[in-house]
Design a binder for this molecule. Structure first.
Ligand SMILES: [Zn+2]
Length: 71
């Protein structure tokens, strides 16, 4: 089990569907996202919002949500 996957799913509150490269699209929690524009890579532990919310490590993702990261 991928630790980043568990953490991203825990932070988002739902399961991610990964492709073969360990990437998934999800609804961005930082803006009113109607179509998934948040790209997550659980192998690298990184995220990027194509709508302009930014991106970075899973640590910045958790911090921006105001949640603690248990890694
Ligand atoms: Zn966004």
């Amino acid at each position: 089990m991928n630790e980043y996957l568990e953490q991203f799913e825990s932070l988002l509150g739902y399961k991610l569907k990964l492709d073969s490269k360990g990437q998934a699209m999800a609804k961005c929690p930082f803006h009113n996202d109607k179509n998934p524009s948040l790209s997550i890579n659980v192998n690298k532990g990184i995220w990027n919002c194509f709508a302009g919310c930014g991106g970075g490590s899973i640590y910045s993702f958790a911090k921006r949500l105001g949640k603690a990261l248990d890694l």
